[in-house]
Design a protein. Structure first.
Length: 388
C-alpha cells in the first residue's frame, strides 16, 4: 500500500440491510455515508460490521465482519470495548470513526464519533436502564477523548456542549441528506398502479415514524380530528412505522375521537416503497417533540409534498421556510395548519416549490465530503503534532 494512504476504520455494526423495521434511522445514515465517502482522497476504508449483505453494496472497501451476534446490544458493546481495540491494531488503522455514539475506552489512534441525538437524556423513559447508562457514559467519554464529535444538526451540537461540556471547537455539524429516490413523481400511471396495489386512500395525510410518545402521534390524531370536523376534510390519516412503547395511547385516542375508519396503520414500510407513499400524500405532518435531525420531513419535501411540522429541536434547521411550523403541543395551531395547507391552493404550490428547493440543500454526497474533510483535519493535526 502507498505509504501516503491513510487507513480509516468505520464501526458500522448498526448497519442492517434486512429490509425490516430495524433498517431505519441510524442504519440509513451509516449506509449512505459509506456509499458517499469520497475515493481518491488517499484513504483506504475498513468497515467493521455484521451485515451479510454488505459485500453487494461496498465493494470498494475492505469489509471486516464480526463473528459475534452484534445485532444484540450486549454483544455489540462487548465488541466495541474489548474486541475492537485488537481489530484496530490488526488492521493497522490510522483513524477510527465510531458511527454510533461509542468509541473504545482503549485506543491508541485518533478517533471520530457520530452522535445522532440525545433522546436518551431528554426521554430516558423510552430506554432500558442499561442502554441509557451506556449511551450517557459513551457520549460523555467521547466529548472528553474523541478528536472530533460529529453532530447531525446544530441543535444536537448545542445539546452536546450544554449537557456534557468539552471543547466546542471539536464538535462539528454534518447534516444528513435525502436519497435520490425521493423526488417528485413524474409517472402518473406508476403512481396510480401503486395506489391500487397498496390500497392507498385517495385523500391522505401522511406521517412516517415509530409510534411512540416522542413522535407526538396522540397530538397528531387529536389535531387531525379537530381539522376534520372544522373543515369537513375527506382525508384519512396514514401512520407508517413500527409500534413502539406506549402505542396503546394512540389506539385509545382514535377510539375517543371516533376515527377508527379514518386512521390507517401500515406498520413498517420498506425503504423502496416510501417515495411513492410521500408522492401519494396531500400533506405530510410531523409534530415531533424532539429529533436529532428529522429525515422524514426532508424526504417529504424532496418528494414534492407540502409539510407541516413542529418547531422543536432540529426540525426548523431541516425545513427552513418551506414548511408550516407549530409548537408540538399546540393542537389547535396544528389543526389550523393542516386546514390551511390542504385548502389554500396557492400556499400549497408555494410550499411544494420551496420544499423541493430546501431539500436540495442537503445531500449525502456533501455529508461524505464533509466527513472526509474531518478525517483530513484530524490526521493533519496529528502529522503536525508529530513534527513539533
Amino acid at each position: 500500500m502507498n505509504v501516503n494512504v491513510k487507513r480509516i476504520g468505520l464501526n458500522a455494526h448498526l448497519l442492517n440491510l434486512s429490509g425490516n423495521y430495524r433498517s431505519a434511522g441510524i442504519n440509513w445514515y451509516i449506509y449512505h455515508l459509506l456509499r458517499n465517502l469520497p475515493t481518491g482522497d488517499n484513504f483506504a476504508y475498513t468497515v467493521f460490521h455484521n451485515e451479510p449483505r454488505a459485500s453487494a453494496h461496498f465493494n470498494s472497501m475492505t469489509l471486516a465482519p464480526s463473528r459475534l451476534p452484534t445485532a444484540k446490544p450486549v454483544a455489540r458493546i462487548f465488541w466495541e470495548q474489548f474486541i475492537q481495540p485488537f481489530a484496530i491494531r490488526n488492521a493497522r488503522l490510522d483513524l477510527l470513526h465510531a458511527l454510533a455514539f461509542a468509541g473504545p475506552r482503549v485506543i491508541g489512534i485518533p478517533w471520530v464519533v457520530t452522535v445522532y441525538d440525545l433522546s436518551f437524556i431528554h426521554f430516558p423513559e423510552s430506554f432500558n436502564v442499561a442502554n441509557r447508562l451506556y449511551l450517557t457514559w459513551a457520549v460523555r467519554d467521547a466529548m472528553r477523548r474523541a478528536d472530533r464529535v460529529i453532530a447531525i444538526s446544530e441543535s444536537t451540537r448545542r445539546d452536546l456542549i450544554k449537557i456534557f461540556g468539552g471543547d466546542p471547537r471539536k464538535v462539528q455539524v454534518v447534516y444528513c441528506g435525502a436519497d435520490a429516490a425521493f423526488a417528485p413523481g413524474r409517472n402518473k400511471n406508476e403512481l396510480a398502479e401503486f395506489r391500487a396495489r397498496r390500497n392507498v386512500p385517495e385523500k391522505m395525510i401522511l406521517h412516517v415514524g415509530t409510534i411512540e410518545p416522542r413522535k407526538n402521534i396522540v397530538g397528531l390524531v387529536r389535531a387531525f380530528a379537530r381539522a376534520k370536523r372544522a373543515a369537513h376534510l375527506p382525508h384519512r390519516l396514514v401512520l407508517i412505522g413500527a409500534r413502539g412503547w406506549k402505542h396503546a395511547e394512540v389506539d385509545a385516542v382514535i377510539e375517543q375521537e371516533s376515527l377508527r375508519d379514518d386512521v390507517i396503520f401500515t406498520g413498517y414500510v420498506p425503504q423502496d416503497e416510501l417515495p411513492n407513499w410521500y408522492r401519494a400524500a396531500d400533506l405530510f405532518v410531523y409534530p415531533s417533540r424532539y429529533e436529532g435531525f428529522g429525515l422524514p420531513p426532508l424526504e417529504a419535501m424532496a418528494s414534492g409534498t407540502p409539510v407541516v411540522t413542529s418547531n422543536a429541536a432540529s426540525l426548523p434547521e431541516v425545513v427552513g421556510d418551506a414548511a408550516i411550523q407549530v409548537a408540538p403541543d399546540d393542537q389547535v395551531a396544528l389543526a389550523d395548519a393542516i386546514i390551511r395547507a390542504l385548502t389554500d391552493r396557492a400556499m400549497r404550490e408555494q410550499m411544494r416549490a420551496r420544499g423541493i428547493a430546501q431539500a436540495a440543500r442537503f445531500s449525502w454526497e456533501c455529508a461524505g465530503r464533509a466527513t472526509a474533510d474531518i478525517y483530513h483535519a484530524v490526521l493533519g493535526r496529528e502529522a503536525r503534532n508529530a513534527t513539533t
